[in-house]
Design a protein around this ligand. Structure first.
Ligand SMILES: O=C(CO)[C@@H](O)[C@H](O)COP(=O)(O)O
Length: 229
């Protein structure tokens, strides 16, 4: 099987009004997104602090959409069960955040969730070549994590392509996800390089025509780029 070929549009809730997160999730579901990404930040792994499992759990009741937790935290092992219990079906672990990545990934699977690995811009694809058999998703960060609204790092496209080729050498299905600066002007490059799961925050929430138009635009542009690739 290799790379999952469906185009998925996944909103980051980072730009949302944090006093209205439940309403934001309801509006995102209406807008036609495929899953919700929760950007979990601890102020140590990244220089920003967001929310934890209790916040995510409080939003679980307002939607049937899948939740993915992008864990930008140190020592993720101690929180795996908490994010699964909060209703996250997919946990994304940063390769840089744990000394024993293979063991951490196995613990996520043992907890009953799907698991992905995120690579910061400076981390080479070889960092994960010995754990791909455990993965449901590879996230290539196209910004340095911590904040929304940053500029897309186009030099990551070669790493996206490497991730695509690596995933295609395995028989199980793996998503190639990108996150950071994904918009109507950058989605073609990311998809042409091999991305199929697109995380976007600012470009969705700040779109002048609203969330549904933004999601449709990104999905259509990604579909066009995929056909051309
Ligand atoms: O994950 C991060 C930063 O850590 C962000 O990339 C957000 O997830 C999306 O931000 P935009 O660039 O789409 O506003």
């Amino acid at each position: 099987m290799g790379v999952k070929q469906n185009i998925l549009v996944i909103p980051s809730v980072l730009p949302a009004d944090f006093s209205q997160l439940g309403n934001a999730v309801v509006e995102l579901e209406k807008a036609g997104v495929d899953r919700i990404q929760w950007d979990v930040m601890d102020g140590v792994f990244v220089p920003n602090l967001t929310f934890g499992p209790d916040t995510i759990a409080s939003a679980r009741k307002v939607t049937t959409l899948g939740f993915e937790a992008h864990l930008m935290i140190v020592d993720p092992d101690q929180y795996i069960e908490k994010y699964v219990a909060a209703g996250c079906e997919l946990l994304i672990i940063h390769a840089e955040s744990t000394r024993h990545l293979h063991r951490t990934l196995g613990r996520v699977r043992q907890a009953g969730a799907k698991v992905g690995v995120a690579l910061n811009p400076a981390t080479p694809i070889c960092a994960i070549e010995n754990v791909v058999d455990l993965l449901d998703l590879i996230l290539i960060m196209t910004v340095n994590p911590g904040f929304g609204g940053q500029a897309y790092i186009s030099t990551m496209e070669s790493k996206i392509s490497s991730a695509y080729e690596l995933a295609n050498s395995f028989s199980h299905e793996i998503e190639i996800e990108v996150d950071g600066g994904i918009s109507s002007s950058t989605v073609e490059g990311a998809v042409s390089a091999g991305a199929r799961t697109l995380v976007a925050g600012s470009s969705l929430f700040k779109h002048p025509d609203g969330l549904e138009a933004a999601v449709t635009e990104i999905r259509n542009l990604a579909g066009q780029a995929k056909r051309k690739a």
